[in-house]
Design a protein around this ligand. Structure first.
Ligand SMILES: Cc1cc2nc3c(=O)[nH]c(=O)nc-3n(C[C@H](O)[C@H](O)[C@H](O)COP(=O)(O)O)c2cc1C
Length: 437
């Protein structure tokens, strides 16, 4: 199978000071509030013709490790987190073609509010907005919104189905042509073309219409990352792009084929949803140097085992401080990110917790990419050919201007020279760029 070009996106873990303490981060610990580094990131990604930048979010201070906030606050682990829709607005203003996709959790925002925030972002960006739909993972986050705990994992997806239906109907509550702005008749909006939605579901009610008006894209782009049975079904029904954390080309292909089959069952063309796989390439001038950097990353992970385990505990609600580091991990379950836990357990196998977490944090991406830009570009092309599409999502553990340049000014030109990615945007709208190939 030959693959046409593929898509590129960036997964920004946090909209603030997370890179503090890493080399090459300048004075970020004093400057993080302005989000300037992330605006530079957005500009660089646009120069490299990325499809979109996805802003990850969580909405609580971690407390899973030893039942304490200490390790999370001390190390700036997912703290502080600025409101992603605000940072997304700054990014939109700093760019003109790049898609901007903030994460908003369904338990924390009302459906009307999500439709309004993302709809407004679509308007002010001229059709470049998306929404990363997540259902949450921690009871601690639920407690910030007056609930004792999150609903069970699968119920959260049932609720998200209703949530999605409300948003879609609100975005459709303005018929095309509703804004007439006719100076002769003095009519701005044809009231007969703006409708209530009168939604009464099992979990939500909403009247409508959406007061922020119609969106340039009609429906902004929906991104999703579900990997569980329910998550895949949800993605197949609703997503325009899936961000997937799947290890190995064979499993990546299996996942994509599965989602595409599910889409067909819902009557959707599989080509209307682009599956992007998480990668964290390690680049250098020579392959040996890149291997050295990879070894350094692994050694670094080994030195900070507590923090690495606290991070995994943060998304799975498991306090790994109570486990024996030198025993096999065993069976575990979670009401949090099921796919991430499954991925970790699969990789762990019979290894001890110590071995498992080192290998998980240093090689957690979909494929290992450790080489020169040109070698990595070739490898990415080969993997895409094997998988069938649709592209990659960069998730860099050390976001700084040097890492950004390595990708946008080092790797992307190598991909472009091979004809694997675009050299210019085809359209103004995010969805159209995703559908271009
Ligand atoms: C690349 C990627 C990005 C994600 N971003 C977020 C996020 O920003 N916030 C969040 O709460 N969950 C995020 N998740 C978790 C997913 O929403 C989802 O819960 C997880 O993939 C587990 O899938 P499941 O819910 O189907 O079990 C992300 C997952 C992946 C793979």
């Amino acid at each position: 199978m030959t693959v046409d070009r593929f898509h590129l996106a960036w997964f920004l873990q946090g909209s603030s000071v997370q890179a503090w303490g890493e080399p090459w981060t300048g004075n970020i610990s004093g400057e993080w509030m302005s989000a300037d580094m992330f605006l530079d990131l957005a500009r660089s990604l646009e120069r490299a013709c990325f499809d979109y930048l996805l802003l990850e979010d969580s909405i609580y201070v971690g407390e899973t490790w030893r039942g304490s906030r200490e390790i999370y606050l001390k190390n700036g682990m997912s703290i502080p987190r600025q409101e992603p829709s605000v940072v997304a607005t700054l990014m939109v203003a700093a760019t003109s073609r790049l898609g901007i996709v903030p994460t908003l959790s369904t338990f924390a925002y009302a459906p009307y509010l999500v439709a309004r925030i993302i709809g407004t972002l679509d308007q002010v960006s001229g059709g470049r907005a998306g929404w990363n739909m997540v259902t949450g993972s921690s009871d601690l986050s639920a407690q910030n919104f007056g609930f004792d705990k999150l609903p069970p994992h699968d119920i959260r997806y049932d609720m998200a189905d209703e949530f999605m239906e409300i948003c879609t109907r609100l975005w459709d509550s303005w018929e095309p042509g509703a804004m007439v702005a006719d100076r002769q008749t003095g009519v701005l909006t044809d009231h007969a073309k703006v409708h209530t939605i009168d939604f009464e579901g099992q979990y939500y009610r909403c009247r409508g219409p959406l007061n922020s008006g119609p969106c340039p894209q009609g429906r902004p782009v929906i991104a999703q990352a579900g990997g569980s049975e329910k998550g895949r079904t949800f993605a197949a029904r609703h997503a325009d792009t899936i961000v997937a954390h799947i290890k190995g080309a064979d499993k990546m292909k299996e996942y994509r084929d599965d989602v595409r089959a599910r889409m067909k069952a819902f009557g959707r063309s599989p080509d209307t949803c682009k599956v992007l796989y998480l990668i964290s390439p390690i680049l250098a001038e020579t392959a040996d140097e890149a291997q050295d950097r990879a070894r350094q990353r692994e050694a670094n992970a080994a030195q900070h085992l507590d923090a690495r385990l606290a991070q995994l505990g943060w998304i799975t609600n498991i306090d790994f401080s109570t486990f024996d580091l030198d025993q096999p991990v065993g069976e575990l379950t979670t009401n949090g990110h099921q796919q991430s836990l499954a991925q970790f357990l699969r990789k762990a196998g019979k290894r001890t917790l110590r071995e498992a977490i080192i290998s998980y944090t240093s090689g957690g991406a979909s494929i290992d990419l450790v080489a020169t830009p040109d070698q990595v570009a070739a490898q990415m092309g080969e993997v895409m050919e094997e998988v069938g599409g649709d592209g990659f999502l960069f998730s860099m553990p050390n976001v700084n201007r040097r890492t950004i340049a390595e990708i946008t000014d080092g790797l992307v030109p190598a991909l472009q020279q091979r004809g694997l990615v675009r050299t210019a945007y085809g359209s103004r709208h995010l969805r159209d760029n995703l559908l271009e190939f």
